[in-house]
Design a protein around this ligand. Structure first.
Ligand SMILES: [Zn+2]
Length: 576
């Protein structure tokens, strides 16, 4: 008995010694602080304006925040110590709705995003064609509806410069296409061509196709354009990631992708090249055939495979329930304000039958997915809320946080439903840039304008609000431009001076939060990222000027001086 007692005593002592040595190892240099940012102004994130002076990072996590003197004590000879010279640090930006592959591929096409008028567009297209004599198609993106009389371009502009090669130019929002006669010819689109899908081949008074294609009708052309190879896609993503790092974007939520696209990110992850955390939502809506049970099974399998992976996730699906305001394809409760009385679809229409959409939403909710729905018209928004409400009543899942994307118009009656149903409002502040809303405003009309891009009304109602770019369907991927728009509702030239629908402006902390912490909430990851606190993933950025002390009219001039992703400096602007 006695020997047994002694042996137990010895094991207890050994255990005690072991635990002492473990705790020593945890604080000793065997796990050093890898990066220390000192002498800065670190906005800790969340909904408060609380700051620290310095932050210590160990590996991919934030170890501690505090005064510079304290953080410096944690550093040793292996620590990279960066003096911030008083600069502002925020959590890395989370772009919660983006089409990253499309945007990245677009970097090697004609960029029309800031072209002001048809002459400038034509000049860029012609220059691109000259630079790329071997390109069988000339493709580009970014034209604005406001550049053309009547809000839509015609083939004649393009025919005047290029007749022998087909041209396909996507509008800045991706919802309309513009082609030359050669492209129409290759696609066999004539006065006789019928299109029954969601969208339209735009025609002149004689029935002749004008060269503009709305929504799904773009597919008649798009299917002819050779798809990029896997290698080209990977290279494009590498370019896209570089650009994102320069803009301080450390997380993205890909709003509409495929298992194939997911596999591209997976390859970059395995090669150690992924410098963004990616959450992929699979596209299930806005197409002629709903997903098959086999497809849904595949989505479930991928969702489980990437569950809890902080680099790559796949737990969501995305529907598109309507179109856009400018082309009158968004579904409205009341008629558009600028259509003739005999118009065939004066209120736009839903992109799929209501019962089919609701049934799919309920099925995917039951399968455990988070659901995104693109809804721009107030009728589309209501449809999404109705479908989510019905799914909740039927399936009774405890926490879902489904999302409505864009919400450019909303009925005041539906605003409180976001908080009540726990539905997230996912919006793009840059879409309300007053320089781009002329055609939009005429279609919406004065009565609906007060609830245009209604960030403030939604926030005040208790809705959770997350921000994004919708790149490449935007005039800018830069989150700083989004912050500028959210706080000012003015162009970078300060127009209009009082702000466009100024009652829907929000304050800086609200806007920053929608680009950081709420992005993490939107992908169920608020426990690991979106704020600067011990234990959180070390994704943070250093800015050229202190947003909290900057005149709001100058927010757009802010640049990213440094981006830290996963504990490593992945971008540094040496000029700043
Ligand atoms: Zn989108």
């Amino acid at each position: 008995m006695k020997t047994r007692f002694i042996s137990i005593l010895i094991s207890i002592l050994a255990l005690a010694l072991l635990s002492v040595s473990i705790s020593v190892a945890q604080t000793a240099s065997s796990e050093p602080v890898t990066l220390a940012l000192v002498n800065g102004r670190i906005w800790l994130g969340g909904d408060a304006s609380s700051f620290a002076e310095a932050v210590a990072i160990r590996g991919d996590r934030i170890l501690r925040v505090g005064p510079t003197s304290e953080i410096k004590k944690l550093a040793d000879s292996n620590t990279q110590v960066i003096d911030l010279g008083g600069r502002l640090v925020t959590p890395g930006f989370n772009d919660a709705h983006i089409h990253f592959l499309g945007g990245s591929l677009g970097l090697s096409e004609v960029d029309l995003t800031d072209a002001k008028n048809p002459a400038e567009i034509i000049e860029r297209v012609a220059a691109f064609a000259k630079r790329n004599p071997k390109a069988s198609w000339i493709t580009g993106r970014g034209w604005q509806y406001t550049s053309f009389p009547g809000g839509m371009p015609t083939k004649s502009y393009l025919d005047a410069i290029i007749k022998d090669r087909p041209i396909f130019l996507t509008a800045y929002d991706g919802h309309s296409g513009w082609v030359n006669s050669r492209a129409l010819e290759l696609a066999g689109i004539t006065r006789e061509t019928k299109f029954d899908g969601y969208g339209e081949i735009v025609r002149d008074v004689y029935g002749e196709p004008t060269g503009a294609l709305k929504e799904g009708a773009q597919g008649l052309i798009r299917r002819l354009i050779p798809e990029a190879t896997r290698q080209q896609k990977l290279d494009a993503l590498r370019q896209g990631m570089k650009l994102a790092a320069r803009l301080g974007i450390t997380s993205i939520q890909n709003a509409g992708g495929s298992p194939d696209e997911l596999s591209l990110y997976d390859e970059l992850l395995k090669r150690g090249e992924l410098t963004l955390r990616v959450s992929v939502a699979f596209s299930v809506g806005a197409r002629t055939t709903p997903p098959t049970p086999q497809e849904i099974d595949r989505f479930v399998q991928l969702k489980n495979q990437y569950d809890l992976n902080p680099m790559l996730r796949a737990g969501a699906v995305k529907f598109v329930i309507d179109g856009v305001i400018e082309s009158h394809t968004a579904a409205m409760i009341e008629p558009y304000s600028d259509l003739p009385p005999n118009h065939g679809a004066p209120m736009g229409e839903l992109s799929m039958p209501s019962d089919q959409y609701r049934d799919l939403v309920a099925r995917l909710d039951r399968a455990g997915f988070q659901i995104y729905t693109h809804a721009i018209g107030d009728r589309g928004v209501r449809e999404a809320l109705d479908a989510y409400e019905a799914a909740q009543a039927a399936n009774k899942r405890k926490y879902t946080l489904h999302r409505v994307e864009h919400i450019e118009t909303v009925s005041p009656a539906d605003i409180p439903r976001f908080a009540k149903l726990g539905v997230m409002a996912s919006m793009e502040p840059i879409h309300a840039d007053p320089g781009t809303v002329e055609v939009w405003s005429k279609a919406v009309g004065p009565e609906r304008l007060p609830y245009s891009f209604a960030w403030a009304s939604l926030l005040r109602s208790g809705a959770r609000l997350v921000f994004s770019s919708d790149w490449p369907a935007t005039i800018s991927l830069d989150p700083i431009r989004g912050l500028h728009s959210a706080v000012n509702r003015r162009t970078i030239d300060g127009q209009p001076s009082k702000g466009w629908i100024p009652q829907q402006r929000i304050n800086l902390v609200e806007a920053l939060r929608a680009y950081t912490q709420m992005g993490a909430v939107a992908s169920y990851e608020e426990q690991i990222k979106g704020r600067i606190a011990p234990g959180m993933l070390a994704d943070l950025i250093v800015l050229s000027q202190d947003l909290f002390k900057t005149d709001p009219a100058r927010i757009f001039q802010t640049r990213v001086a440094m981006t830290v992703f996963d504990g490593k400096v992945i971008f540094r602007d040496n000029g700043l």
